[in-house]
Structures are given as C-alpha cells and as structure tokens.
Design a protein. Structure first.
Lengths: 488, 378
C-alpha cells in the first residue's frame, strides 16, 4: 500500500553520454533530465508514491522508439514504458532509470469496419479510438473510467477493465494482435490480425504484463457493434446490504447486464454536491446502476426481472433513464465519482480487489466494520456485477497518523478479500502498490513460475524492473544468473 | 501403443512428473485419450493419463464459477451444471468422455465460440505441474483478475508441452431458457457473403452460426444440401422474435432438433485428417467456397464453418497420400491450423512449439523436454 512519505530511492548512475545518444535519436527537446521537468513523471494516478526517473525520453515515431529501446539494450539500461500515467498501481513509475513516454505514438493506423478491427499505436487515447469507431456504429468495449486520458498501450499493459466489461470482457478478450518490441530490441508478432493462431498464447501472456515483457508498437483490437437497445436503470436502496443482495440475485439469475455498478450513500452525496451531479437520491444508502443492452427483442423482460430483484431486496424505487441524455448523466456521475472526491480531501486512495459475487454482502459488511475499527470512512464505488470492489478513502497523506490508519485499514480490507476467496487486483494491476500482497495470494512456486514467464520475454529484467512479482520470489534469478545466461 | 498410467490424485500426478523429471524419462500427457493424437508426432513415450483425476472441487452456482479436477469429462460438467440451469458454453468436436483438461490444453472450441469465446475466455484459474515437477497455480476463482503474470493464458493451448493441468476454474453462463435451431439452405458464394453479413447484424444475437456442407448435413440429419445452422437462445420473447428475423433471411428454413449440435460435435472424431482455415471474417464466404471446392473431390470430407469467426474446418474420414492437397494454405491473412494429419506429413511442416520464442518458453517450464519429447519425422 502506498505511503505518502516513502522516499524515492537514490538515483542510479546512468551511463555517461546516454542523454546525448537519446537526443540524437529523438531530438534534444524530447529528452528530459532536469529535476523540475522529471517531477511531472514522478507519480501516476496513485497518490503517495513518488519515483523520479533518471531520464525521460519521448520518441515520436515507431522507428525512434525501436532505436531508443535498442540503444538501452546495448547500454544495459533499465527502462519503464509509460502511456498517459493514469495507472492506479504505480506501474509506470521509474526509479532513477529511463522512462520511455509513448503518448506521442498516437496514430490510428486503420479502422476496418468490415472485419470489426482497428489497428492503433500504443499512445492512442481510448476515447479517441471510441470516436473513430463511432463513425461506423462500432465501439471498443473496454471502458476504464480514465478513458478520456488513458491510452490503448497502457490498457493492454494493465489488462484494463471498466464498467461494461461485465458483459463484454476485459482488454484480454478484445486484443487480437500486437507487434511487440522486446526489451532486447527484437520485434515479434504476437497473435494474429485475422484468423486463428496456433502455438503458445504469448499474446495472452503479454496482455496485462504491466510493461515487464516489452512495448507494443501497434495493437489490433476488436470493435463491437453499438447495441441497438440500451436500458439504464437506477435503483435506490435504503441500505447497502440490500443492494449487495440484489447484485447477487441478478448474477445468479443468469441475466448478464452490460454493466452493474454500485455506489454507497456517502459517495452518492459527494457526487451530488459536485459538478458531476447526476440526479442520484441523496438520502439513499446505496444505488445500483444497471445497464441491460443488446438486441431489442426480449430486453424488456430482462429489465422487468432486474427491477424485480431490486425491489425484492428492498429498493425504494427503480427508474429507467428516459433518453440518451439522462443515461449519459447517470453514467457521468459514476465515472467522475473519483474526481468529485478531490473536493473532500487532498489525497484519495482507491483500492482494487475482487471477491466471488455471492460474497458481496458479507464482504461489504466486513469492510464497514474494518473502517470503523480504524476510524476511517471507506467509500464503495465499484463494478458490482464482477465482484470488483474499489474501497476508497479520501484523506490527508501529510498527516502521518491518518496515513498510517488508512494504510492499516486498507491492508486489512485486502486480507479480508483474500480470505473470502478473492484476489488483490481486478483491473488496476500489481505495479508497486500491490507487490506486498503477492506473497499472501500466491505460493512461492507460483511466483517463481511467473518469474520464469517474465524471463522468456525479458531475461535481463530491464523492462519495468521491480514491478509485479517481488524480486525475492524469483529463485532462479537470485540463485543462478550464470546458468540463465546459457539458456535461449 | 505404450503402456499407460492413470493416477487419481494431484499428489500422485505430482509424484509421477517429479520422478520423470529427476530420471529424465519422457512422458506423454493425455486426458481420456478419445482424441486422435493432435499436433506434430512425438516420441513413443509412456502415456500419463489424467482422466482418473476427475471430480467437482467447488461449485457455487450463484457465482457462475465451477472448479473441477482437470480429468473431469465434458459430459459430467454438462450434467452437473444443467442441474442448476447453467452451462459451460464450450462445445468442441469431442467424445462425451473427453476431458476438460484436454479441451483447455488444446484450446478446442466449437460453434458456441461465436457467442461465448474459446477456452482462453472461459478459464479463470488453474493448477498445474510443469516439466520440472513444480506444482503451481494461476488465476483464481473470481471473474476478473490481473494479479501477476498470466500463466492461465500460457497453459491454455499449450498442448501438454509445458505442464500437466490438474485443476480448472471455469466461467459458466445461464443455460438459455428457450432455444431453437434453424437450418437455412446455404446459397452460392456471393449470396453466402450477403447471408453471413446479414447474420452479423447488430439486431441479431445468435449463439452459433455454422455453415455445413452436404456430407455434414446428411450426417446430422439436417437435409442433404449445404446449409447454415443458426442457434438461438434466450427468453421466450427473444427467441420468437429472433427466429422470425432469421427466417426472413432465407426463402425457406427448417427447425432442427436440439440434438443436432451434439451430433455435429460427434462427427468423424477418428478422422485421420482434420484442419482449419481462418482469416478475415469478412472474407469467410470466399474461404468456405475455396475449402468446399478443395474437399469436393473427396466426397466423404466433412466441412463446417463458423461464419461469424471466419473459421472453416475440414475433416476427412479416410485419406490417401494424395489428399495432402486438402491442407489449406497459410499465406498472407489466410492461416491454416492442422489438428491431425499422418505423421509423415509433418515433415517440413512448421512446428509452432519450436519457434524461437516458443523454445524459450519450453526451456523455462520443461527444460529437459520430458513432456512431448521430439521425435525424428518419418
């Protein structure tokens, strides 16, 4: 868990002359070395963690990127790829090493409506791709809340999700091919733009590898048709438990909504006091936002059943969005909720854990009790249909006592989620933030197997060093570096 | 056929693999051994059968997640989930006794992949024992999980070359309350393109759209001409309206019995030649025409195509050496995957598990090639 006061490690020595060599590739203007400039890149969407890169370099073309990575390989320099820096696990922080910014590689290379595919460079913003697809009545399904800023390359690295992943699947299910630049400078094709692949699913391994396996030079993603019918429902609950039970009931019924999001009363009230006010009931203890989409045939039956499950579990009212404008407003409140929390306190910690859907009521009760024990107000705004919790706390990270209480509270919540058969991250990634929980979730042989998989792509471990799997877990790495050099 | 061994516990499998690793004795992993050997030929090592490692580990219907030992038969999974009104929406060509472990290891899927995806989309977690005798797990029992590097996707489709999968957690769906299957007469190439495009319209949401040639249609009781089978499932209103919408796409159509799909899965499982051609989805009609023509001379060849996924599958029950011409091309955007063919034909055929990056994967998980040991082509 992030601690605000955690210092940056002392900068490692980069090879002399590296700045000039990088400048020769991308232009001196695109190489940052001065601390005030580098400070911009010392954090991501996660508060509290600061890691200042030694150098930041911003290639503007695919060829420049390849040349940069090959130079770093020749010099043996570690690097961290970075998209928009909206990540929530510290995954794009570079501690004294080279940060490779990919946001200038932002061309949409092709949109192919007949085959429902798009080919994009890694720095294309998710929302920009959505706009390009919309012209054809298509969209890219993964819709993280940061989609106005986050990039497809970053989404691929993190295996990003979003509210509509409940029905449509996460990034893994929507990427069919990547041209990948391995950390040693080799270019490989993973997956296939068209048709099936045989052999190992190394594309599947690459998606979600958090920048540790290389950099995607381009990504081919699936586009899906806009659903002809959409029904968005807002259910208003006088207690959190009833909302959680309604979610479990809807999931168990087999109806697969496009999205099913929950916000507790405290979060609703913050949103309603902000510019993102969506018309949520301010006296509720929880709302459910349920979207059912697809073909029009039979959709109203599903909506009626969803409404019935809400009412049977105590909803005071269930109303549907009357038109597209109201639907957008209802979603805006949800997607900007974390922005709205900025009004409450200077820092926000946003956790990410997943539990089995039948356990939601029990886990939410436990989270409330844990928060009370630590004197911390925990908000819940999350992807309920997936069981993907985002317990969040607004606090002042410069207050050491408060920061410590928040840290202990969050750690206890994570342990509770693991105890209920859950996992420590559903969509934000491990990065630096969750490293400490990996040992609690996986045994040593499993972590070692993950290290071996990483070794296939990056035997020197120069890509995003120190992330995802704790270094002490990689037995071969610590025990037999010489033997490893002989492999491959 | 070499002798085989069928341990019934994960510990026993672990013991066998550890011993094999320590003694550098090759093993061939197998499920129920109901599929003919898939992929390139391997040395005639003793088989380690995993079908005795069977049973439900955990099933919480409310979570739509099922955890089973990997030797559990597909038919058993179907039986257990049906009792709760659910299903594992995965219907590869397979004998009912075929195991889920072999299905995942070969990344096998069938017509339902149109709706529900392939094993890579359905496996949430697994446990496995690799060629070094190391037991590990990957993923979990929740539906969304990005904790750590993705060993689940690595092992899915790895054809038993890296590890024995011992346990699987799977994403289930609600079994549709109502179902209907329509058979539309399949038109010629141009008209088939129009029909395939119409069936991909956003206003239709079929579970499966499968073109079958006349030989396959006859074998499953779907008439004696090329046909397009459309499977619809959902609530009563949905099925009624979608049925009418699909029927409007063809001059005539027949309703088929629900068992049609099981019959299709069971066709020609012993065929010595089975291969798939795939490529751009929008060009599926041309691909169907090409593969249909290639199989034409071979009257018994069964050809089916998942129109929405752009995949054409050909299986030939009896072959001669000249039938090598039945293998689809692999060039440009067109890709061929051979499921099975005579051992001699593999000579000179690229082995996807022997590509440069693939060799590094095997070095990491099975450095001594205990699993799927190489054999000289003959």
């Amino acid at each position: 868990m992030a601690v605000a006061t955690q210092p940056s490690a002392p900068a490692r020595a980069l090879p002399p002359g590296l700045e000039g060599e990088l400048g020769a590739i991308v232009g001196a203007r695109r190489v940052l070395v001065r601390p005030p400039e580098l400070g911009t890149y010392a954090s991501d969407g996660l508060p509290g963690l600061r890691r200042v890169p030694g150098v930041a370099v911003f290639p503007g073309t695919r060829d420049e990127l390849v040349a940069v990575v090959r130079l770093l390989a020749a010099r043996g320099v570690p690097f961290v790829p970075r998209g928009a820096g909206t990540g929530l696990s510290g995954g794009a922080l570079a501690d004294g090493v080279v940060l490779v910014g990919l946001n200038r590689l932002s061309r949409i290379l092709a949109v192919d409506p007949e085959n429902r595919l798009a080919v994009v460079e890694p720095g294309v913003v998710n929302a920009t791709l959505q706009k390009a697809a919309a012209a054809h009545g298509l969209h890219y399904a993964p819709d993280p809340s940061s989609q106005a800023a986050c990039t497809i390359g970053g989404n691929v690295a993190e295996n990003a999700g979003g509210p509509h992943c409940l029905k449509y699947g996460v990034t893994l299910n929507h990427v069919v091919h990547c041209t990948v630049l391995l950390p040693d400078g080799t270019i490989v094709e993973l997956g296939a733009r068209h048709g099936e692949c045989d052999g190992y699913d190394l594309l599947g391994a690459f998606v979600g590898s958090e920048g540790c396996f290389g950099i995607a030079l381009d990504c081919t993603v699936r586009l899906v048709p806009d659903p002809p019918a959409v029904r968005t429902l807002l259910a208003d609950f006088p207690d959190l438990d009833g909302a959680a039970r309604a979610v479990s009931a809807i999931v168990a019924s087999g109806i697969l909504p496009a999205a099913m999001e929950m916000m507790d009363g405290a979060a609703v009230r913050v949103v309603e006091r902000s510019i993102y006010a969506a018309g949520y009931p301010v006296d509720c203890e929880a709302i459910l936002l349920v979207e059912v989409d697809g073909v029009a045939d039979g959709i109203d039956e599903d909506v009626a059943r969803v409404t019935g499950f809400c009412t049977a579990n105590g909803a005071r009212g269930v109303r549907g969005a009357a038109d597209a404008a109201e639907r957008l407003r209802l979603w805006q409140g949800r997607k900007k909720a974390f922005g709205a929390m900025g009004r409450v306190a200077p820092h926000l910690v946003l956790q990410d854990a997943v539990v089995p859907r039948t356990r939601l009521p029990a886990v939410l009760r436990e989270i409330a009790a844990i928060g009370a024990r630590h004197g911390v107000a925990v908000w819940n705004i999350f992807h309920a249909g997936d069981g993907n919790l985002h317990p969040s706390v607004s606090y002042d990270a410069t207050d050491a006592d408060e920061a410590a209480r928040v840290e202990h509270c969050m750690a206890e919540i994570m342990r509770a989620c693991i105890a209920h058969g859950g996992t420590i991250t559903g969509e934000h990634g491990v990065g630096l933030d969750k490293l400490g929980y990996m040992d609690a979730l996986f045994d040593a042989p499993t972590l070692d197997a993950m290290c071996r998989l990483r070794g296939v792509f990056d035997p020197e471990r120069r890509a995003n060093p120190g992330k995802v799997v704790p270094v002490h877990s990689c037995r071969e790495w610590s025990q037999a570096p010489a033997a490893r050099a002989g492999v491959a | 056929m070499a002798s085989h061994d069928a341990p019934a516990t994960v510990d026993a499998v672990h013991e066998r693999l550890r011993a094999a690793h320590d003694a550098r004795t090759p093993l061939r992993l197998a499920g129920a051994a109901t599929w003919r050997d898939a992929g390139p030929p391997v040395a005639d090592a003793p088989a380690l059968r995993l079908d005795a490692l069977a049973g439900i580990v955990a099933y919480e219907p409310g979570d739509l997640v099922l955890t089973v030992l990997a030797g559990t038969a597909l038919a058993e999974i179907d039986r257990v989930t049906a009792a709760e009104g659910q299903w594992l929406a995965l219907d590869p060509p397979a004998h009912p006794a075929a195991t889920i472990g072999a299905t995942v290891a070969t990344a096998s899927a069938g017509p339902l992949a149109h709706h529900a995806g392939t094993p890579r989309d359905l496996v949430l977690g697994l446990e496995a024992i690799d060629g070094r005798g190391v037991r590990f797990r990957a993923g979990g029992r929740v539906v969304k999980n990005v904790a750590g590097f993705d060993l689940v996707r690595l092992l899915t489709g790895s054809h038993g070359t890296l590890a024995a999968i011992t346990e699987l957690s799977l994403r289930l769906r609600a079994r549709p309350a109502h179902e209907v299957t329509l058979a539309l007469p399949a038109p010629s190439t141009d008209a088939l393109h129009a029909l395939a495009t119409a069936l991909r319209a956003p206003t239709l949401a079929p579970l499966a759209v499968e073109w079958v040639n006349a030989a396959a249609a006859r074998a499953i009781g779907a008439g004696d001409r090329d046909a397009v089978l459309v499977r619809l499932g959902g609530n009563a209103t949905f099925v009624r309206a979608q049925r009418d919408a699909v029927a409007r796409l063809a001059p005539a159509c027949d309703e088929l019995a629900a068992g049609t799909w099981d019959a299709l899965r069971a066709l020609a499982l012993d065929a010595p030649l089975a291969c798939r051609a795939s490529g751009p989805v929008a060009a599926v009609a041309a691909r169907v025409a090409r593969e249909r023509a290639r199989a034409w001379a071979h009257g018994e060849a069964l050809v089916t195509a998942s129109l929405g996924r752009g995949i054409v599958r050909t299986s030939v029950p009896a072959i001669a050496d000249s039938d090598r011409a039945l293998l689809p091309p692999s060039a440009g955007d067109e890709r061929a995957i051979v499921e099975r063919m005579p051992a001699a034909w593999w000579h000179g055929h690229p082995d996807p598990f022997d590509a440069p990056l693939a060799r590094r994967v095997r070095d990491a998980f099975d450095p001594h090639r205990i699993l799927r040991p190489p054999r000289a082509h003959g």
